[in-house]
Design a protein around this ligand. Structure first.
Ligand SMILES: CCC(=O)SCCNC(=O)CCNC(=O)[C@H](O)C(C)(C)COP(=O)(O)OP(=O)(O)OC[C@H]1O[C@@H](n2cnc3c(N)ncnc32)[C@H](O)[C@@H]1OP(=O)(O)O
Length: 229
């Protein structure tokens, strides 16, 4: 799974006209973490560090894709699976889903970069509670602390506007409407603001601005004298 994920990220890095990405699991489970059978075979500090380095690299590259990404959490996101959700820009949770950093119960802490990212998403107080208590985060708690950005309704219920995936596509559609170069620029500006010290982020923003200023979408908008009512 880890190698497969790295390969998919490499493919996405070459997707030049992409705008959005939805990461979801199969068989009603988002991801139950690292393969426990494989983990047993590499349960020494040296191999653990190698796995940590590999997964941090893969998930950092996933988060830095110039695409707006959503983790669609159905069922459980446990351990490394919970870390995986933090490598997307947004998280949408199904009504019966749970995100749980179970690392403490495994005698571990996050090692795929999920601890550092969690602090940036929910703040250090909430991150300490989630990791220290190995708390089960349901959609209600997820929305309350900012780990979840929305809830998708069960497809069986009358109010549900389509499957979970269709709802996620609709939700993401709001944020990726428009030309790919502009949406990619939006992501790059937010990413630099999120990751870099202010002076560097400002420089990056200027560079990204230069790629869209006077570009096709900008010139078309100017020519159409659009109003923003
Ligand atoms: C980076 C740190 C980490 O990620 S440490 C890993 C943290 N994850 C875990 O400890 C997951 C432990 N598993 C569970 O809690 C349950 O299997 C969950 C995921 C809740 C599913 O429960 P349930 O619906 O009852 O199904 P089940 O237990 O019968 O599982 C079906 C088969 O899948 C397997 N499975 C599940 N998770 C893993 C995993 N992480 N690695 C390896 N195998 C896993 C189960 O063992 C089970 O296999 P089998 O059918 O008994 O052969």
């Amino acid at each position: 799974m880890m190698v497969d994920l790295e390969e998919r990220v490499s493919e996405l890095e070459n997707w030049t006209d992409g705008k959005g990405l939805i990461l979801c699991g199969a068989a009603e489970t988002f991801c139950s973490g690292s393969d426990l059978n494989a983990v047993r075979a590499i349960s020494n500090p040296q191999d653990g560090m190698k796995m940590s380095m590999f997964m941090q690299n893969t998930l950092t590259r996933l988060l830095r894709l110039p695409l707006i990404s959503v983790a669609l959490v159905e069922g459980r996101a446990l351990g490394g699976g919970a870390e995986l959700t933090t490598a997307c820009d947004f998280r949408l949770m199904a009504s019966d889903s749970v995100i749980q950093f179970v690392h403490k119960h495994m005698g571990l802490v996050p090692g795929w970069g999920g601890g550092a990212r969690l602090v940036r998403i929910v703040g250090s107080q909430n991150a300490l509670k989630l990791l220290g208590g190995a708390l089960k985060v349901d959609p209600k708690l997820g929305l309350q602390i900012g780990l979840a950005d929305g809830v998708v309704e069960d497809a069986q219920t009358v109010e549900a506007p389509g499957s979970h995936l269709e709802q996620a596509e609709k939700w993401l559609g709001t944020y990726i409407k428009g030309p790919a170069p502009v949406i990619q620029a939006v992501k790059k500006v937010v990413l630099s603001g999120r990751e870099l010290p202010l002076s560097e982020a400002l420089k990056t923003e200027m560079g990204v601005f230069g790629t869209v200023w006077g570009g096709p979408a900008n010139l078309q908008a100017l020519a159409s004298k659009s109003k923003h009512k």
